[in-house]
Design a protein around this ligand. Structure first.
Ligand SMILES: Cc1cc2nc3c(=O)[nH]c(=O)nc-3n(C[C@H](O)[C@H](O)[C@H](O)COP(=O)(O)OP(=O)(O)OC[C@H]3O[C@@H](n4cnc5c(N)ncnc54)[C@H](O)[C@@H]3O)c2cc1C
Length: 517
C-alpha cells in the first residue's frame, strides 16, 4: 500500500517540475521505434522489408541493444512452443487438459522460425547457430496426481500435429537416459513421469536482436540512437512529437514521426500513459523480478542436455515454473535453474524504484487496487520468495537435481517483467500474465505491454500489430506477397494442416540447422 501513497507524493512532486526546452528538428520520420529490444528489432526489420523506402529512427536509453529482458542471461532462452511448459495446458475441473493456448503458442513459434529462416536465407543475419540451437524440451513431474495430469496432457496433445514426435514415459531407466542428473539419487519409491520433444530449441534472443539491429543500421534511412531516452510523446497536426534526451550530453530534441512503436519493455507503460491515447487508459503494471542459479561446475554442466520444466508451486505466478535449462550462450554451454521470483518496484532492470509509484494515475488506480486485493496470495508468494535463504534455494534446486551442492551454483539477477493490470467490469481490475498490444484508433501509435510468452512470439505479435496499424497497406498485393515470402504459412492455420506443418518444419529446421523431427 505504501506504493500507492508514494504515487500521490509523485503527483504533487511532478507539478513542481520546471518545464524543459526541447530543440525541434526539421526532420520528420515515418517510424520511431522506442527501445532496442527484440520487439522493436522485429518490427523494424519487418517494416523495412515491407516498405524499403521508409525512414526509421530508433531510440534506446542504454548504450547497447538488447540489454534488458532480451539479453541472453536476462531471460531463459526457451523457444516457447508449449512442448514442455505445463502452465500453457491448464487442467480443467473434470481432469481433462486444455490445449488451445499451447496450440496457439506452438503456431506462433513456427511463425518466428519461418521469419528467422527468411533472415538467414536473405543473409540479413549471420549463422543461425549464433542464436538458435536444438535442445530437447522435457516436462518432468512427480507424485500420482501430477503423473496423471502429464499422461492426460500427452494424450490430448497427440491430437495436434504440432506436437508430433512427443514421447511419454514413466519408466525410470528411460528417464535416466533422458536426464541422468535429474534421476540420480532420487527416491526409488517416487512415482515420476516425463514427456520429451526433440524439436525443442534454446534461443539467444540477445544475439538475434543485436544482429537484426546491425543489419537495420546498415540500411539507408535508418538511424540508431543509443543513450537516448524518450521522455514525452504528444500528437499534434497528424504527427507524433517524440521528445528525447541524450543522456550523455544532456541535449534534448523533438522528432516528428508518422508512426511510433513503444517497444520499451517494462518502460512501455509510462510512455503509453504519456501518449494520452484513450486506448491506453486504465492499464497498470505489476513488476515481478527474478533470479537464477547459474552452475559454475563444468562437469555438471556437461552432464545435462535438456530444458526440464516442472510444475509451478501452488499460488505462484505462471511464469515462475521452475526449470533446469541447458543454454548455449556465445558458443558456450551453460546450465541455469530458476527462476526464483521476487518483487521490486522497478519496471526495468536498469530502472528506478519510483517506476511503479509514478505509473499510478487517476485512470488506473481502481484497476490496480482491485487487482492487488484479488492477488494477495501472489503477493505473499513473492514476499516469501524474496525472503528465501541460499539453503531454501538449494532445496528448490534439489527437487530437480537431488545431488546438487550450493558451492556449484551462483546467483544471477534475471530480467524484470511487468505484468499487465487491466480494467475489468466485474472485478474493477485484473492481473494478466500475457502480452497486450495497445493501438490508437488511427493506428498512429502502438505499445506492447506484458512479457509472456515473450520473445518467442515476437514475430506473430508484430504481424498482428502491423495489420492493426497499417490496415490499408497490409492488404495490398505487394505487402501480402512479401509477408508470404517472409512467413510462408502466413494466413494459414498450421494446427489444421498437418502436411503444411511438416513442410514448414522441414524447411525451417534445414535453414536454422535444427533437428529435423
Ligand atoms: C526472467 C525472464 C525469463 C524469460 N524467459 C523467456 C523465455 O524463456 N522465452 C521467451 O520467449 N521469452 C522469455 N522472456 C520474455 C522476453 O525476454 C521478453 O518478452 C522480451 O525480451 C521483451 O522484449 P522487448 O523488446 O519488449 O523488451 P526489452 O528487451 O526489455 O527491451 C526494451 C528496451 O527499451 C529500452 N527503453 C525503456 N524505456 C525507454 C525509453 N524511455 N527510451 C528509450 N529506450 C527505452 C530499454 O532500455 C530496453 O533496451 C523472459 C523474461 C524474463 C524477465
Amino acid at each position: 500500500m505504501c506504493f500507492y501513497w508514494l504515487s500521490f507524493y509523485s503527483i504533487f512532486a511532478k507539478k513542481n517540475i520546471v518545464a524543459r526546452t526541447y530543440k525541434k528538428t526539421e526532420d520528420t520520420v515515418d517510424v520511431v521505434l522506442i527501445g532496442a529490444g527484440i520487439m522493436s528489432a522485429t518490427l523494424g526489420v519487418l517494416l523495412k522489408e515491407l516498405e524499403p523506402g521508409i525512414t526509421v529512427e530508433i531510440f534506446e536509453r542504454l548504450d547497447v541493444a538488447a540489454a534488458e529482458s532480451s539479453d541472453a542471461w536476462n531471460n531463459a532462452g526457451t523457444g516457447h512452443s508449449a512442448f514442455c511448459e505445463l502452465n500453457y495446458t491448464p487442467q480443467k475441473a473434470d481432469g481433462t487438459v486444455e490445449t488451445s493456448k499451447a496450440i496457439s503458442i506452438a503456431e506462433s513459434f513456427e511463425v518466428s522460425k519461418q521469419f528467422w529462416s527468411y533472415l538467414v536465407r536473405s543473409k540479413l543475419v549471420d549463422s543461425p547457430e549464433n542464436f538458435i540451437r536444438s535442445i530437447p524440451h522435457i516436462s518432468f513431474v512427480w507424485g500420482e496426481n501430477n503423473v496423471n495430469f502429464l499422461r492426460e496432457r500427452y494424450n490430448q496433445m497427440q491430437k495436434s500435429s504440432l506436437f508430433k514426435g512427443m514421447l511419454y514415459s514413466e519408466d525410470k531407466a528411460q528417464l535416466a537416459e533422458w536426464m541422468p542428473l535429474v534421476m540420480k539419487d532420487r527416491d526409488p519409491a517416487e512415482k515420476v513421469a516425463a514427456t520429451r520433444m526433440d524439436l525443442g530449441t534454446d534461443v539467444n534472443f540477445g544475439s538475434l536482436t543485436r544482429m537484426m539491429f546491425q543489419q537495420l543500421q546498415d540500411k539507408t534511412d535508418v538511424s540508431m540512437n543509443f543513450n537516448h531516452e524518450v521522455r514525452k510523446l504528444k500528437q499534434r497536426d497528424g504527427f507524433w512529437e517524440v521528445k528525447v534526451k541524450d543522456i550523455e550530453t544532456g541535449v534534448r530534441r523533438v522528432v516528428k514521426a508518422k508512426f511510433v512503436f513503444i517497444g520499451a519493455g517494462g518502460g512501455s507503460l509510462p510512455l503509453l500513459e504519456k501518449s494520452g491515447i484513450p486506448e491506453g487508459k486504465g492499464f497498470g503494471g505489476f513488476p515481478v523480478s527474478g533470479q537464477w542459479l547459474k552452475c559454475t561446475n563444468p562437469e555438471i554442466i556437461e552432464q545435462h542436455g535438456a530444458k526440464v520444466y516442472g510444475k509451478a508451486a501452488v499460488g505462484s505466478p505462471p511464469m515462475s515454473v521452475p526449470h533446469l535449462d541447458t543454454r548455449m550462450i556465445d558458443g558456450k554451454k551453460a546450465l541455469l535453474f530458476g527462476p526464483y521470483a521476487g518483487f521490486s518496484t522497478r519496471f526495468l532492470k536498469n530502472g528506478s524504484l519510483m517506476d511503479l509509484p509514478l505509473s499510478i494515475k487517476a485512470n488506473n488506480i481502481i484497476p490496480m487496487i482491485s487487482a492487488g486485493l484479488d492477488n494477495i496470495p501472489l503477493t505473499k508468494y513473492l514476499i516469501n520468495q524474496v525472503r528465501q535463504s541460499p539453503n531454501d534455494r538449494l532445496d528448490a534446486l534439489r527437487e530437480y537435481l537431488p545431488s546438487a551442492k550450493l558451492e556449484d551454483w551462483e546467483l544471477e539477477t534475471a530480467g524484470q517483467r511487468v505484468q499487465v493490470i487491466k480494467k475489468d467490469e466485474e472485478h474493477g481490475g485484473v492481473l494478466e500474465f500475457g502480452t497486450e498490444v495497445v493501438t490508437a484508433a488511427d493506428g498512429s501509435i502502438a505499445a506492447l505491454l506484458g512479457a509472456s510468452p515473450g520473445a518467442s512470439t515476437a514475430v506473430s505479435i508484430m504481424i498482428t500489430l502491423i495489420s492493426r496499424c497499417f490496415p490499408d497497406r497490409v492488404n495490398t498485393e505487394e505487402w501480402q506477397r512479401k509477408l508470404k515470402q517472409m512467413v510462408p504459412s502466413y494466413g494459414c492455420n498450421l494446427n489444421q494442416d498437418p502436411e503444411l506443418t511438416e513442410t514448414i518444419r522441414t524447411q525451417t529446421s534445414h535453414a536454422l540447422k535444427l533437428q529435423v523431427n
